[in-house]
Ligand binder design. Structure first.
Ligand code: GLN
Length: 201
């Protein structure tokens, strides 16, 4: 069996603790990342849920934005949930002017896409690469994937209601993103998928 890979969680704002706990439970050895030099030696990195504008501003202020971009460009596996999905998008709509991202996934993500009336909701999603059992997904002021390039694999879609068919989980190579928060439900399967991606890289 492989040793547990070391996976960082960008620890500037958001639900950092939930991801650290989920990673430790789901096959990795997790550590919080606040400085550029802490990126050294990581097998992968998680960008948590929170507020993408705030996380991007803090990353720039902590001199982490460019090192993160460079690391992802050179193949560091990354998983983003919710705000983290926005941060991994090459393009964002409904963002304040000048919002920066780390980028890496060839997609346009719409922030707060589900609108004000449905700030938060939960539901079961089919997520075929995780097996037959649906994933219980928690959405909190979530984005969706508005458009994606041919190299982006859709992994899950909204099954019912006005947003039917909207893509809410994707993978492009070693980059994984979900619009929802598996770190909040105790289901290990999304984090385990990321640990496998890290192991394979
Ligand atoms: N709406 C938030 C943003 O734009 C994301 C919300 C979340 O991560 N739960 O960053």
């Amino acid at each position: 069996m492989n040793a547990r890979p070391v996976i960082g969680v960008l620890a500037l704002q958001g639900d950092v603790r939930e991801h650290l706990r989920a990673l430790d439970r789901c096959g990795a050895s997790a550590r919080p990342i606040r400085r550029p030099r802490e990126l050294t030696g990581l097998g992968g990195i998680v960008l948590p849920g929170g507020e993408s504008t705030t996380i991007a501003k803090l990353a720039a202020a902590f001199d982490l934005l460019e090192p993160l971009r460079a690391a992802v460009r050179s193949g560091l596996p990354a998983y983003g949930s919710c705000a983290g999905m926005i941060l991994l998008a090459d393009r964002v709509t409904d963002a304040p002017p000048g919002q920066q991202t780390v980028g890496g996934i060839d997609m346009t993500v719409r922030r707060n896409a589900f609108g004000r009336q449905v700030d938060s909701f939960e539901g079961d999603l089919e997520f075929p690469v995780l097996g037959e059992e649906p994933v219980h997904a928690v959405f909190i002021r979530a984005p969706w994937v508005e458009q994606a390039g041919p190299g982006v694999e859709p992994l899950a879609r909204i099954p019912t209601g006005p947003a039917t068919g909207r893509v809410v989980a994707v993978r492009q190579g070693a980059l994984l993103a979900t619009a929802f928060h598996p770190e909040m439900t105790g289901d290990c399967r999304v984090h385990e998928l990321f640990v496998r991606i890290v192991d394979e890289s």
